[in-house]
Design a protein. Structure first.
Length: 339
């Protein structure tokens, strides 16, 4: 099928996954994907330890050509493997609806992030040990711009992780196919979960509009609006490239901004319950500061390069972050009787 046809097929699937009960489609597909992920991780790590590869990448590369400053960008580049705002939304939007017992939330939540960290670690190993020596590594990572395309990043990971599985005696083509399936399954999981979460957001916005927003509280209408907005960005181009590739530059900042805001919300909740709140407040403040700093760098770059849409979105993210943070601070102060 052509790429455009696949877009429509995937959006039809996302529409169904959003409107159907979570147990009917999304839960079953997520379960199958989890089995694929566990199998992939076990094979990758087993192959890595059996192969015993030598690191091609230098232990420290203090001045990569054209790269942004390590602080704050390392904290938004290593996103889902450490802290993830998207996972905060998923946990409240879909995971919580599938728990049979609230006590299961802790092992599932922590276990999920540990698994995510294991995936992040194997990604680092695959991209630093399988390129054929330090000279080959230097050619691939010749400068920051050389590996900025999403396709280049995925290609390096898929080939590297597949080489680990090959060490177990698996044919190369089969190993590459297996790793590619793991990557695609993540993308599919993100698509249907994100569409469902966007539907919830649209329904909540509709509820805040009173009778004017009543149509948007219908799950079919809300899902159609959600899919329509996704399709817009799927077919919209920026400088001749799909908008998604351009918007990818804001993914890390957006994801970690949501993580910081989620931690701030948890801080207020713990304060209300009379529980220890500072262990959550400290990383929340750090996350907000780091993300806002990173977004300010991106705003400067977008303004310099004339990317109006990306500049507008980045500025909007900063305003949202400032607005929500100020709301949380006021709520916190009210609990202390300070206004």
């Amino acid at each position: 099928l052509e790429q455009e046809t696949w877009v429509w097929v995937l959006m039809a699937y996302a529409w169904l996954a959003s409107v159907l009960p979570v147990w009917l489609l999304l839960q079953a597909r997520d379960f199958l994907n989890s089995l694929l992920l566990v199998l992939g991780l076990v094979l990758m790590y087993a192959g890595f330890f059996l192969q015993g590869p030598v690191f091609d990448a230098p232990a420290i590369n203090p001045n990569p050509i054209g790269a942004p400053p390590i602080w704050p960008f390392v904290f938004i580049t290593i996103a889902c493997g450490a802290a993830s705002g998207f996972h905060a939304l998923v946990s409240s939007g879909t995971t919580a609806r599938q728990l049979s017992n609230e006590k299961d939330a802790r092992p599932i939540g922590y276990g999920g992030m540990i698994a995510e960290s294991l995936l992040a670690l194997i990604a680092v190993l695959a991209c630093t040990t399988t390129l054929g020596g330090k000279t080959a590594w230097a050619k691939v990572y010749v400068n920051w711009g050389a590996v900025q395309s999403l396709g280049a990043k995925l290609g390096i990971f898929i080939k590297g992780a597949a080489s680990f599985i090959e060490a177990l005696g698996v044919p190369q083509d089969l190993a590459v196919t297996l790793v590619a399936m793991v990557v695609v399954s993540f993308a599919l999981t993100t698509l249907d979960s994100a569409t469902r979460l966007l539907r919830f957001n649209i329904e909540e916005i509709g509820a805040s509009w009173g009778r004017w927003g009543k149509p948007f509280q219908n799950r079919f209408v809300a899902t159609t609006v959600a899919c329509g907005s996704i399709l817009f960005f799927a077919f919209y181009t920026i400088d001749g490239k799909p908008a998604g590739l351009a918007l990818w530059q804001l993914f890390g900042g957006t994801n970690q901004l949501i993580a910081g805001l989620a931690l701030l919300t948890a801080t207020v909740y713990l304060k209300q319950k009379g529980r220890a709140w500072w262990p959550v407040a400290l990383p929340a403040v750090y996350m907000i500061v780091v993300t806002m700093t990173a977004l300010s760098f991106k705003i400067k770059d977008f303004a310099r390069d004339g990317h109006t849409l990306l500049l507008t979105l980045a500025c909007g993210l900063v305003l949202i972050g400032v607005g929500v943070t100020s709301t949380v601070v006021r709520a916190f102060r009210r609990q202390d009787g300070m206004g």
